[in-house]
Design a protein around this ligand. Structure first.
Ligand SMILES: Cc1cc2nc3c(=O)[nH]c(=O)nc-3n(C[C@H](O)[C@H](O)[C@H](O)COP(=O)(O)O)c2cc1C
Ligand code: SF4
Ligand code: SF4
Length: 320
């Protein structure tokens, strides 16, 4: 059995999980390749029996993984599984992603998500989910990888009862759909437009934002240069803030950083209720007590040096 795992990661959580899933599948006897989304292409899918696709959770899923799936040629019933890491709004991901995978002709045989620390400019630091993925998460990812490789072989031999049931559209999904649609329908993104200061920018010596823009949207080699968003949701930028977070020279700022401050504390009441529930159900472990969550220290104040966030050093593969 040959297993290909394709993942996207911004701050490293999904990368850790992807590699543990890969090791688990290898432990079950599979030949495994783990690649970053930016190194994946549709041609390589043909060489594998089972494809794993994973990303962080953003609103419902992640726009670049979504685009990769949307444009995929029909997979003719090939087995796949989906995985993610997430913060405090995890429940929309699989109800969106599993039908998308089916629409590309995949047979999704399983799916699983894990909590991950959250690194966003205006989010509290420490965040509720700091410390995840923890060792238990990594062990579960290993076991999930084993399970997927073993199940795929059994399902191919006729044991279709092992296919996970479709994700439920339950109250948790609907509750988060309301929260997310409220954010999505807002005509402007919370931090306003991203602005690049040409005086501080070191292009062409530096091209970190171009190489790592989530949507492959930034292109400083063009005339006029393509950068950032207009803050009105009318372009290809998905307002993920990554360019702002990773610019080594502080050349990117937002038009209204105070906006982060205004947002503080409001939606967190919802998050606390949801996390208490997941803790009671055993899917979430608190490494940070609720009263130590850093409402007074949003990420960019807690971590003032530049870059705010380092791009994970990763070339794909299984063993590093
Ligand atoms: C732009 C952005 C949007 C996010 N949206 C969500 C979300 O809607 N729901 C959620 O549970 N977590 C959300 N998160 C948190 C990430 O899913 C979580 O931190 C994840 O573990 C990051 O994975 P990575 O380290 O592989 O990039 C978001 C993070 C970012 C940066
Ligand atoms: S990361 Fe910053 S310094 Fe580098 S090219 Fe982008 S804006 Fe310029
Ligand atoms: S916020 Fe920056 S990194 Fe994210 S999609 Fe927009 S331009 Fe790309």
């Amino acid at each position: 059995m040959k297993v290909l795992i394709i993942y996207y990661t911004q701050s490293g959580n999904t990368m850790k999980i992807a590699k543990c899933i890969g090791r688990g599948a290898r432990d079950a006897g599979a030949e495994v390749k783990v690649v970053r989304l930016k190194d994946a292409d549709y041609e390589m899918l043909k060489d594998y029996d089972l494809i794993g696709l994973g990303s962080p959770t953003w609103k419902a899923d992640t726009p670049n993984m979504h685009a990769f799936i949307d444009k995929m040629p029909d997979q003719g019933g090939k087995h796949c599984f989906a995985f993610n890491t997430h913060g405090t709004l995890p429940h929309l991901y699989f109800p969106i992603v599993i039908p998308n995978l089916k629409s590309r002709g995949f047979l999704p045989i399983g799916y699983k998500g894990w909590y991950g620390d959250v690194n966003m400019p205006g989010m509290p630091k420490p965040y509720y989910t700091m410390g995840h993925p923890d060792q238990q998460d990594l062990d579960e990812a290993f076991a999930f990888g084993r399970e997927m490789a073993e199940n795929s072989a059994k399902i191919a031999a006729g044991d279709t009862g092992l296919i996970y049931p479709d994700p439920e559209i339950n109250d948790k999904v609907l509750e988060q759909a309301l929260l997310c649609s409220n954010m999505l329908l807002s005509p402007t993104n919370p931090q306003g437009a991203f602005i690049r200061d040409p005086e501080k920018c070191h292009y062409p010596k530096c091209h970190v934002c171009m190489d790592n823009c989530t949507m492959g949207y930034i292109d400083l080699s063009r005339d006029p240069q393509v950068f950032g968003n207009r803050g009105d949701r009318c372009d290809d930028c998905h307002e993920c803030s990554y360019c702002f977070m990773i610019c080594p020279f502080g050349a990117i700022h937002t038009e209204d950083p105070q906006q982060f401050e205004r947002d503080r504390g409001v939606r967190h009441k919802n998050f606390e209720v949801m996390l208490d529930r997941d803790e009671a159900e055993g899917t979430f472990r608190r490494h940070i007590p609720a009263d130590e969550v850093g409402f007074d220290t949003p990420y960019i104040y807690w971590h003032p040096e530049r870059p705010y966030l380092k791009v994970p050093r990763d070339k794909g593969g299984l063993d590093d």
